[in-house]
Design a protein around this ligand. Structure first.
Ligand code: SAH
Length: 317
């Protein structure tokens, strides 16, 4: 039996504010407003992440201007909803029955365990953690950060991490988000990792994910900061050489990083970069080569590219 009813009211974008105000005046609470124009504005304000936007979400928001509210699936609930809708004409209402689960935790449905590469098993915290034979579980609760493992660019990166991570390494994870890449490296044998993200929520989320995976706090340090803009952060990152530097961000960040991170690498160390939309792969390749890198691996999946490279003139480690 459904426990809740979702009332979804579609409106012309310019009528959305008025509709929301009327519902509020009628006593409706907890309104969920979905507006493509707001979404587009959000994208515009966050242009540096633009090519990273989830295409499914973009598709879902196209042409959308609607407001939703929820009431219990009882006669009282229906009467309550009628009260909220009083006097509203010229809107189309769709009523959908929902389970408690769907409503509170609907997003969790979209995260299933993922077998990645040959050795990894990315599993959400709320599902059984047992990995299939021969695989290492990477337990994650991404919360409100990037890095669920579901995006093709993260998968490419994880495959590269699987290929290049080795016992005893020191790993730098630029744009660590949920920590998925550095935690994978630690679980595959690395000794120490440092994760950095411009999003102030990320270090706490990554730290908690590290704990979920039994990573000791001494071997996993996390910092918030802008790796391109913060000079003192750069000095700190440059302080000791890294065997692996990971950056799954976007072309506009990878290109300037390619001119920075070479000297931060240990001899024979590798720079693994991804988040590069295919139309910009040529530009990124040129920047990497122009900055003295040799590209060892170039991967592409669903329009996303990743490069594994090392410094020219060092020979393969
Ligand atoms: N490493 C995760 C998340 C990648 S999303 C994964 O592979 O799935 C890219 C991340 O880079 C985001 O969390 C974003 O906040 C961060 N980021 C973008 N620009 C940055 C910058 N200049 N400095 C530090 N982090 C940055």
């Amino acid at each position: 039996m459904a426990q809740w009813l979702e009332y979804c009211l579609a409106a012309k974008p310019e009528k959305l504010d008025g509709l929301t105000a009327r519902l509020t005046a009628n006593g409706a609470e907890g309104l969920v407003i979905e507006d493509e124009q707001d979404f587009r504005r959000f994208l515009e304000d966050n242009r540096q992440y633009w090519d990273y936007v989830d295409e499914e979400l973009e598709k879902r928001m196209t042409g959308v201007a609607q407001v939703k509210f929820y009431v219990p699936a009882t006669d009282d609930g229906r009467a309550e909803a009628e009260g909220y809708l009083a006097g509203l004409t010229d809107v189309s209402v769709t009523i959908t029955p929902m389970e408690e689960e769907d409503w509170a935790n609907g997003w969790k449905k979209y995260y299933q365990p993922l077998e990645i590469g040959k050795r990894l098993y990315v599993v959400p915290e709320w599902l059984p953690h047992q990995a299939p034979a021969g695989r290492v579980s990477l337990i994650l609760n991404p919360g409100l950060t990037f890095g669920t493992g579901a995006h093709p660019t993260t998968q490419l990166c994880l495959e590269e991490v699987e290929r290049y991570a080795a016992e005893g390494q020191r790993v730098l994870d630029l744009g660590c988000g949920s920590g998925i890449l550095s935690i994978a490296a630690l679980k595959l044998g690395a000794d120490y990792a440092l994760g950095v993200d411009i999003d102030p929520k990320a270090p706490d989320v990554a730290r908690e994910n590290g704990e979920l995976n039994g990573v000791s706090p001494e071997s996993y340090r996390l910092l918030a900061g802008d790796v391109l803009g913060d000079k003192s952060l750069q000095t700190e990152l440059a302080g000791r050489p890294w065997d692996l530097i990971l950056a799954n961000i976007v072309a506009d960040v990878i290109i300037p990083l390619s001119g920075m991170v070479g000297p931060w690498l240990a001899k024979g160390g590798r720079f693994l970069c991804a988040g590069i939309i295919d139309t910009r792969a040529g530009e990124v390749r040129a920047a990497l080569e122009g900055n003295g890198f040799i590209i060892e691996d170039a991967l592409e999946r669903k329009g996303w590219c990743a490069f594994a490279c090392r410094r020219a003139g060092e020979g393969s480690a």
